[in-house]
Ligand binder design. Structure first.
Ligand code: BMA
Length: 314
């Protein structure tokens, strides 16, 4: 059986060495590692990891690699939930799902802050992924999956996120003049009845500029009698006006099929949090698998374009 048939013809191709990081690779006591944000700093690949500690709350650790495939995790956590100061109240149950964007000469990281009040989006910045400066909470509770565009559009910062309204999760777009105050929020795209993304959709990878529009790799869920199945999909947004969806995939680009994606703390989950576009055009997408480990899969813009169709009413 060919590798492609074995993997069910997903548009993304898993690396045969997956998972690239699992609990055994964490050099301190932890419960699981998943949902990491990749960046390429010079020739080095960094992966800011969500690690769930044995207590049950999450924090971030840093992994380094020369090839984007073999990673070594640093001995100490990179960022812990704030224990004092104004951020501590809203991070008391952990920090989750970092997404990193290079913008204005620095890296901004949007992450989910979790507390007794619920989850909300936080923003911090870093130059080296060793020290982080927390900037602000940029949403109230009930919102997560914040991803920042890598450039200003029409003079404004732009982000996607996923507020939960009436239990339904759509991807929204918002704008800001200073990265702190956000507004002019609009629904960008929603779950589709009867589809693999019929229950919720959320932004996953910070948008990537392509000649066909902004590529957003998102996650979508379908509810089943055994719980949700998390898959990955793709949309292309208008370059000048990213509130317009130009194209959307009909089928998922990655579905949980391998044992490490099917079985874990939360089974049937693939959850991308970032991608690296290589000089040769290959896109490496890093994803959490079953909330227990991390995998990498590759694709090309042309393949993603081919699996999307024009939105009838952009
Ligand atoms: C989402 C987030 C992710 C997690 C996923 C699957 O809502 O909480 O951190 O990987 O669910 O459990």
């Amino acid at each position: 059986m060919s590798a492609q048939r074995k993997f069910g013809n997903d548009v993304l191709h898993r690396w045969e060495g997956n998972p690239i990081l699992e609990l055994e690779d964490i050099p301190f006591p932890a419960n699981a590692v998943f949902n990491g944000a990749p960046v390429k700093l010079g020739d080095e690949y960094l992966l800011l990891l969500r690690v769930e500690g044995q207590q049950g709350y999450s924090f971030f650790a840093l992994a380094r690699s020369d090839d984007g495939l073999h990673f070594r995790v640093e001995d100490k956590p990179a960022l812990l939930p704030a224990s004092k100061g104004p951020f501590s109240r809203y991070e008391s149950r952990g920090i989750e799902d970092p997404r990193a964007t290079f913008l204005d000469g620095t890296y901004y990281v949007m992450y989910t802050a979790v507390s007794e009040f619920g989850f909300r989006i936080a923003l911090c910045k870093t130059d080296d992924f060793r020290s982080f400066k927390r900037l602000a909470f940029i949403s109230e509770p009930g919102n997560k999956d914040g991803v920042l565009f890598p450039e200003k559009i029409n003079g404004q910062y732009v982000r996607l996120d996923r507020p939960i309204g009436l239990g339904i999760g759509s991807v929204w777009i918002s704008y800001s003049n200073d990265l702190y105050s956000w507004g002019n929020s609009k629904v960008l795209f929603s779950p589709r009845r009867g589809y693999w993304d019929s229950f919720r959709v959320g932004a996953s990878v910070p948008p990537i500029r392509t000649e066909y529009g902004w590529l957003e790799i998102y996650h979508g869920t379908k509810m089943t009698s055994a719980g949700p199945i998390y898959r990955a999909g793709a949309v292309f947004l208008d370059l000048e006006d990213p509130s317009k969806v130009l194209r959307r995939c009909q089928v998922p680009i990655l579905s949980p099929r391998e044992d490490y994606e099917r079985i874990g703390d939360v089974g049937n989950v693939v959850f991308p949090c970032g991608a690296i576009v290589e000089p040769n055009g290959e896109i490496k997408i890093y994803y959490g698998a079953a909330d227990t480990c991390i995998g990498v899969a590759t694709t090309r813009i042309a393949d993603l374009l081919e699996c999307t169709i024009e939105e009838s009413d952009p």
